[in-house]
Design a protein around this ligand. Structure first.
Ligand SMILES: [Zn+2]
Length: 159
């Protein structure tokens, strides 16, 4: 801070930066000074160091209190924006979770239906196989009975 005392109010028009400035539009470093004018006694302001050295007004000038107020408003806006973003994110996560739950239930039902279908198919195959085995066994028994009967008949004839 120095005692630079020529703070001119018309320079504020050029200070288009928002909030607390960090550099001048010329790229020069910013520092704070205290006004000693009658209109703004002891009021602090930001000023470009290059502007002070060159004694030209074509560099950044901004009142500290105005910059801080603007900075607070910007932070407040950002805070509100973040709150909205978090709300949106929360809603998105909840919607996604709901969708996941619906999909999970759907997939479970599909798997269950598929397993039941496979089980019914396997049961039918087993039943058919059982019938085939019974049929085959009956045929064999029939053949054996005929053969035994024939043999017995032949033996009866021979004796
Ligand atoms: Zn500058």
């Amino acid at each position: 801070m120095s005692n630079y005392s020529t703070a001119s109010s018309h320079l504020t028009a050029r200070s288009s930066c928002r909030g607390v400035p960090t550099v001048c539009w010329c790229g020069g470093e910013i520092t704070t000074f205290t006004s000693k004018t009658k209109d703004n006694p002891y009021r602090r302001f930001y000023r470009c160091v290059m502007g002070v050295k060159e004694k030209t007004e074509d560099h950044l000038f901004q009142w500290v209190d105005e910059a801080l107020l603007e900075e607070i408003r910007m932070v407040e806006l950002e805070h509100n924006r973040l709150i909205e973003e978090v709300k949106d994110l929360k809603k998105s996560v909840m919607d996604n979770m709901e969708f996941q739950n619906v999909m999970q239930i759907k997939v479970k039902e599909e798997i269950k239906a598929s397993i039941e279908k496979e089980l019914i198919g396997a049961k039918e195959k087993m039943q058919n196989l059982g019938r085939e085995m019974v049929k085959s066994t009956m045929t064999k028994v029939g053949v054996v009975v005929v053969v035994v009967g024939t043999v017995a008949w032949l033996c009866g004839k021979l004796i």
